[in-house]
Ligand binder design. Sequence first.
Ligand SMILES: C[S@@+](CC[C@H](N)C(=O)[O-])C[C@H]1O[C@@H](n2cnc3c(N)ncnc32)[C@H](O)[C@@H]1O
Length: 311
Amino acid sequence: MFDTCFEQPSLSRRAAGRADRAALYAAGTATARIPSRHPSPFRYPGGKSWLFPHVRQQLLNREATPSVFIEPFAGGASVGLGVALHGLAERVLLSELDRDVSAVWEVVITGSDAAAAELCQRILAFSVSQETVESVLGSEPISVLDRAFRTIVRNRMARGGILHPSAGLLKAGENGKGLLSRWYPVTLVKRIKVLRDTRDRINFERGDAFDVVRRYANDPTTFIFVDPPYTLGGKRTGSKLYTHAEIDHEQLFSLMTRVKGTFIITYNDAPEVRELADRHGFQVEGVLMKNAHHAMIHELVISPARNRDDR
Ligand SMILES: C[S@@+](CC[C@H](N)C(=O)[O-])C[C@H]1O[C@@H](n2cnc3c(N)ncnc32)[C@H](O)[C@@H]1O
């Protein structure tokens, strides 16, 4: 099942300089059939594929390749996966607390070939109808594989891709066509195969983002991409999207002041967030980007103070 039918760019992970990495990146995108904007099998609510070009540029502008690119609130991990696929860091570490989301990564990234092949087989064989979808969503998984499959079905079929069990399903439509229009088995399997071919560069652990950040805080060669649930100020949109939505934002900012590597934190633009960033001495930049549905998104990208090494 995992034949190498998807060309991969031969990216040297030891690329030393900025020019080298830019050239490798260009070569990679020119030759490889790697999805540059949507490498993830998830359509993730609050997903950051739209921010990947911004992060990529930051990585290309650096003198040195990060030893580890860490996405501790991984969700659909589109940025972390993009970084791994394009060889923009030596390796990528993803972590996530949600058991259902984690199950997908535990099969796709850290699972055996047999488990990943079985997941692909189930995706390809799934016959979509209101009945079959409800039966999968109502089932109690026995294995990680069952859980991963159920998560993928829920993610495709629930409104807005919301994985929280309370999220409603899309309308079935005539003969289940509404649901069918959301099911792209071949695309999903292609994405999974590409990630399997790249898994020597990606690791996943189920766990708390705070623990992961703490573990790498003293390593100046890392790059940490922090994309927490948006549950501070404004509309608190994150609280309706995720099972694990409540985090201690004050504690997160305080922890990030101890990080010696490079980082960016993304947030909704709310006075409470700006105040927190300001109080911790971070730089705040507003980014305006188009998402996959061509809607304009305005969010904050928060990074260490320019002069932090002088402190
Ligand atoms: C905004 S989403 C991340 C989206 C992701 N960047 C993407 O592009 O798909 C935030 C994620 O953090 C997860 N989460 C919440 N609290 C967490 C914690 N303490 N540790 C790890 N993950 C957590 C949620 O389950 C959710 O998947």
